[in-house]
Write a protein that binds this ligand. Structure first.
Ligand code: NA7
Length: 669
């Protein structure tokens, strides 16, 4: 917006001393990008780019005199804009953007990524993820169309904001007393995000005020709460209501929903379209360890943290060494008398120098005052966590160490992390042997080292790797006869991820339930969003939409939300009563997906994880590059669905086969 731009520029140059001090303290690459965008000066880009060796801020070695030159020119450019009536610079052409982006991250950014990156960063002026009506909305029955969203977490908010923009009525049903979902429920010490925050945020609501590069839970929760207030969504939420059952009413073409209120009363309501935004990781997995139930002291799961239990001076057992454990352990180890960590399988954990850092004052200042600075920083972080590792997670059939790694790049990563861990453990080879996995990096979720290895060196920490035999009273007995006396047990044992949408009973056409379709652990959907037999039902964070090679789950949610909004637009504009993905389209997609997963690290025979089910089928994680999924979900394709208008008979199987045969045609019964 030209006006906003001018105000911003004038504000930036008001105090030159403050401006220069901020630039001197801030990351250089985003400054360089802003300078090039404001001036079109590609020569300075060519001069500085060779000193930028990666997308993270700590991967540049731009000499001080060159940094000074960039900053002097940037001050000059901002001052020029402030006193002239020139409009904001136009978005550079794609080839210039590609050159800028490549220079800004020290790697070639392929041309095919440019539209995605422009959209994600909102470097262009449009909000390309907003879905607009193609007909005069005044003539459409929008107000009569009701959507119910289940869940008021990050996904529910994204959906609600977009529905509100379109004017589609909606209600959010939330089992908790307030918003936030996973960021409300996980209150364990040290809980934080491990995707960089300036990317782990909505593209439509970037936050320039994150205090850390990887924020703690409370700050993320506040960001979600602020979003509910900013977009005035809270009044659409019904809190303390749990959806127990929902059934598709074929005659009416709507979902009837059964709720359990906090007072135990049961209530019903109905809607035209149902969107699940319940996450994948909110039903704790409690391990079937004999005697666990009879443990003599306090015991709780990380996602059900009991803050009333004072851990100071206690002997604490922590079962599990996944993402929750590596955040919890180092946070409690200094205060407990003893921490016994029970590791079933080691995880890989990578070091990131920014992980514990606060955002510097200079960066905070630039994010607030310098136009485009935040957008370029978002681009860099998107790129840092984008598709860069994707190829290295695919099996090279000719690789000669298939048990340990998948290919050369994957093996290099193994060596790099091993060297790092060895240093962290002060060359303690016995401990190193226990914590370095025997499967390839990225086989399980890659963790960020939260000083986990240093924690293991503490005199009050014990790493136990023998399997647990049973729990009796206050003791945990190991299979080799060792006994640990403990006061408290923390279950850092993860979630029932594959049992998606449980424990809700969801019955689609003909009363066929989602559990009948998926069993306990075999969820499938088209694009992870919609499944045959369940018309007018859309999922956010459904099957195979978790990200395990990079990316931010919010990015994926936004892809899904746009797609769902397009589907709803299709229904409302055409007056469809039902919309249901075709079985053949769904099956072909899942076939492709399984094929892709078969060559990826998660199905490696040495890996067990929550990414897959008991049959080694990956059910949780997406095998696609971010770019592929973005393309797949960019445009809703009506021909891939069956639609029905009111008053028409529901399609019978014979007609269904006819519809399938007529691929490429939208069949309306
Ligand atoms: P995870 O990543 O599923 O980790 C669970 C941990 O608990 C893992 O180390 C498991 O070992 C261990 N575990 C599970 N069951 C048992 C039993 N029965 N005995 C011993 N150890 C057990 O859950 P998190 O909460 O850490 O993280 C979940 C995601 O939430 C995370 O990736 C983020 O995306 C947010 P295993 O490795 O299975 O041998």
């Amino acid at each position: 917006m030209p006006k906003e731009f001018r105000v911003q520029v004038q504000d930036a140059v008001r105090d030159e001393v403050a401006l220069r001090a901020a630039l001197a303290d801030a990351d250089i690459a985003p400054q360089l990008m802003v300078l090039v965008q404001l001036t079109g000066d590609l020569a300075i880009l060519d001069e500085a780019a060779p000193h930028i060796h990666g997308a993270w801020s700590f991967l540049e070695s731009v000499p001080p005199e060159l940094k000074q030159k960039v900053q002097d020119r940037l001050v000059e450019a901002l001052q020029d804009y402030a006193v002239s009536d020139r409009p904001a610079p136009a978005l550079p052409p794609a080839d210039t953007l590609q050159r800028m982006m490549s220079g800004g991250v020290g790697q070639t950014v392929p041309e095919e990524y440019i539209p995605l990156l422009v959209e994600e960063t909102r470097l262009g002026s449009d909000d390309a993820r907003a879905v607009h009506w193609r007909r005069d909305p005044g003539g459409l029955p929008i107000a009569a169309f009701q959507v119910v969203i289940i869940g008021a977490g990050i996904a529910g908010l994204a959906m609600a904001v977009r529905l509100k923009e379109m004017g589609i009525p909606f209600t959010i049903l939330e089992k908790n007393a307030t918003v936030g979902g996973t960021w409300l429920e996980n209150q364990y010490p040290g809980c934080a995000v491990d995707t960089p925050n300036h990317f782990f945020s909505y593209s439509f609501n970037p936050n320039q005020k994150w205090t850390r590069h990887f924020s703690q839970r409370a700050e993320i929760h506040r960001y979600i709460e602020d979003g509910f207030d900013k977009y005035d969504i809270r009044r659409h939420v019904r809190f303390n209501v749990e959806v127990t059952e929902t059934r598709f009413d074929e005659a009416a073409g709507c979902w009837t929903i059964t709720l359990r209120r906090a007072d135990g009363e049961i209530e019903g309501l109905s809607c035209n379209a149902l969107v699940t935004a319940v996450g994948q990781l909110n039903r704790p997995a409690i391990p079937p360890i004999p005697g666990l139930d009879e443990f003599g002291g306090p015991m709780f799961h990380t996602a059900r943290w009991d803050g009333s239990v004072d851990l100071r001076g206690k002997r604490v057992a922590m079962i599990g060494t996944g993402a929750s454990a590596v955040q919890t352990g180092p946070s409690i180890a200094p205060e407990v008398e003893k921490l016994v960590v029970f590791q079933r399988t080691p995880h890989w954990a990578m070091h990131n120098p920014n992980y514990h850092k606060t955002v510097s004052p200079g960066n905070l200042w630039c994010l607030e005052h310098i136009p485009y600075f935040g957008k370029w920083l978002r681009f860099q972080l998107f790129w840092a966590g984008s598709d860069g590792f994707h190829a290295s997670l695919q099996r090279d059939p000719s690789w000669d160490q298939p048990a340990l790694s998948l290919n050369e790049a994957n093996h290099k990563m193994r060596e790099l992390i091993t060297d790092y861990v060895r240093k962290e453990l002060d060359d303690d080879e016995a401990l190193l042997a226990k914590v370095i996995p025997q499967y390839p990096p990225y086989g399980k979720r890659m963790l960020r080292d939260n000083y986990w290895y240093r924690m293991l060196k503490r005199p009050n920490v014990v790493l136990e790797t023998t399997p647990i035999e049973r729990v009796t009273g206050h003791t945990i007995q190991m299979r080799d006869g060792t006994v640990h006396e403990v006061d408290v047990i923390i279950l850092a044992t993860g979630f029932q991820a594959s049992k998606m949408l449980a424990p809700m009973e969801i019955a689609g056409r003909g009363g066929y339930t989602i559990r009948q379709a998926w069993g306990d652990d075999d969820p499938r959907a088209y694009l992870g969003i919609t499944a045959p037999g369940f018309p007018n039902l859309f999922m956010i964070y459904g099957p195979n939409t978790n990200l395990a090679h990079g990316g931010s789950i919010i990015f994926h949610h936004e892809c899904q939300v746009r797609y769902i909004c397009q589907a709803l637009r299709e229904m409302i504009e055409h007056g469809y009563r039902t919309l249901e993905v075709r079985q053949d389209i769904h099956d072909a997609y899942n076939h492709l997906l399984d094929e892709k997963c078969a060559g990826m690290v998660w199905t490696h025979p040495g890996v067990t994880s929550w990414y897959k089910n008991k049959n080694n089928r990956v059910t949780v994680t997406s095998p696609w590059r971010l770019l592929d999924y973005w393309k797949l979900t960019q445009h809703f394709v009506p021909e891939e669905f069956r639609a029905a208008k009111p008053g028409r008979a529901a399609m019978v199987p014979g007609q269904e086969r006819a519809a399938v045969a007529s691929a490429g045609q939208l069949t309306v019964s």
